[in-house]
Design a protein around this ligand. Structure first.
Ligand code: NAD
Length: 455
């Protein structure tokens, strides 16, 4: 492996990945390969997570192609050095910020959106001119295989290298033996901590896209029918295995019953009498995750759903009431189709519940009032979020996507991806035709003048 990593470094050092023409060509080749493998991607994501083609398009290959098209169209502009002003002291110099590739970067992805979460950061890394090591999740094996076909059919392994295996073994091995120029990790907060420590040892910068408990607040003035639809579509998409989904709902007491009724109706409308038979409803990734989520069902009163089947890794869309704040379902990220609904009388009371899990990756508030919206925006510190919506902010590539503190560090998507994988080199150019003696020793007696220029 060490030899392979050194080969990437050697290739990067040739400078081959730096030109606009090279980067553009690689992005175009990647786009064509993804388009050519469309059916194979659907089949793989169905095998791993029982995702429908429609859901795949919105959350996996379609969204990646949008990101690719955007990068292809904007690449030239992103690469342009950015001219900035020069302060009085340094005139007549000129100043610019140059984006240069970082070098050899490592991208590590999880299993829940196994395609999108590996390929989206790759687009930014290619656009920025890097060599890349890709480490997909071993827990989505069918998708892992298709991505291998795509990557190895398009790229030389000394440019983009696809590494498989048990992450707990291969990632530390690579990070301990080789100094990457950046590590981009998406996954759980627990493993994120390990990655951060491994990176710190060699002073490697990181982007960490982690998890957390993302709350939804439903104010008394919210439109309940719309709220229920928007919560349900995000919560039960991919069977709840989504980093930015609604983890739990905090609803004003006056609207609790109405919201529960609307959610029940919505779930039935989306998935029918038996969601296990619905082509719109996914499965849990594996037995370990199934067992973890299943134990939450005992931690409160099941209002709707609650059915499980270990044979096909099915857990029904479930609403829960009477959940203790000290139960593990309210302390851990649920990452499954179980939605606790908790009522509040005052905003402060709801805020205290949110504060039990600091820095959520996402935060959502449903309200008709600007004042309510502002109140919540001013008080909750979160990665990104929506007003009157859930999770869709991540599909807008004009918004940087990332967490803060416990939910992550750094951001990507669109231009933010290019910036994440670039070093911003500040350069000042000073002409030689003007070189006043005032700048040089002896300095005695020049203080007054310096005070005029440096203010
Ligand atoms: P996972 O178990 O697949 O792990 C993620 C990656 O880390 C895999 O590639 C795996 O091989 C590697 N890995 C596992 N153990 C490791 C170790 N000890 N050392 C180094 N690498 C290791 O996925 P997961 O962590 O179960 O993913 C689910 C979590 O990811 C949830 O918490 C979810 O919220 C979070 N997530 C966050 C985002 C985001 O954008 N912020 C997106 C998706 C998922």
């Amino acid at each position: 492996m060490q030899e392979q990593l050194q080969a990437l470094r050697n290739y990067f050092d040739t400078g081959a990945t730096r030109s606009y023409a090279f980067r553009l060509q690689q992005l175009q080749k990647l786009k064509q390969a993804i388009e050519a493998h469309e059916q194979a991607i659907y089949d793989a994501l169905y095998a791993d997570l029982k995702k429908s083609k429609e859901e795949c398009w919105v959350t996996e290959n379609g969204i990646v192609l949008t990101e690719l098209r955007h990068a292809i169209n904007e690449l030239k502009a992103w690469m342009e050095p950015q001219r900035v002003r020069t302060n009085l002291l340094n005139l007549p110099s000129s100043s610019r910020i140059v984006s240069e590739p970082l070098g050899v970067v490592l991208i590590i992805a999880p299993w829940n959106y196994p395609f999108q979460l590996l390929i989206n950061p790759l687009i930014g890394a290619i656009a920025a001119g890097n060599c890349v090591v890709l480490k997909p999740s071993e827990h989505a094996p069918a998708t892992e295989k298709v991505m291998q076909q795509i990557i190895e059919s398009v790229f030389d392994k000394n440019y983009i290298c696809y590494v498989q295996g048990d992450g707990a073994k291969v990632v530390p091995e690579m990070m301990q033996s080789f100094a990457f120029d950046h590590v981009f990790y998406t996954g759980s907060t627990a493993v994120g901590r390990i990655i951060y420590q491994l990176a710190a040892d060699k002073l490697v910068p990181v982007t960490l896209e982690l998890g957390g408990k993302s709350p939804v607040v439903v104010e008394a003035d919210a439109d309940i029918a719309v709220t229920a639809r928007r919560i349900a579509v995000a919560k039960f998409s991919n069977a709840g295995q989504m980093c930015v989904t609604a983890d739990y709902v905090l609803v004003h007491t006056s609207k609790k019953q109405a919201l529960i009724e609307a959610l029940k109706k919505t779930i039935h409308h989306f998935f029918g009498d038996d969601p296990s038979q619905s082509s719109n409803y996914g499965k849990i990734i594996n037995t370990r995750q199934f067992q973890r989520i299943q134990q939450y069902l005992q931690q409160g009163r099941v209002l709707v759903g609650g059915q499980t089947n270990a044979d096909n890794l099915y857990i029904a869309p479930t609403l829960m009431d009477e959940v203790s704040l000290d139960a593990s379902v309210m302390q851990e990220e649920i990452f499954g189709p179980v939605l606790p609904i908790i009522s509040f009388e005052t905003k402060e009371e709801a805020l205290q519940i949110i504060a039990r899990n600091k820095n959520p990756l996402a935060f959502y508030v449903f309200t008709a009032s600007k004042e309510n919206e502002q109140w919540w925006m001013d008080r909750v510190s979160f990665g990104g979020g929506c007003v009157n919506n859930v999770a869709w902010h991540l599909t807008n590539h004009h918004l940087p996507f990332g967490g803060r503190g416990f939910s992550g560090t750094g951001a990507y998507h669109g231009k933010a991806s290019f910036d994440t994988f670039s070093h911003k080199k500040s350069v000042m150019k000073t002409p030689t035709w003007f070189d006043p003696a005032i700048k040089y020793p002896p300095l005695n007696g020049k203080l007054k003048l310096f005070k005029m220029v440096i203010r």
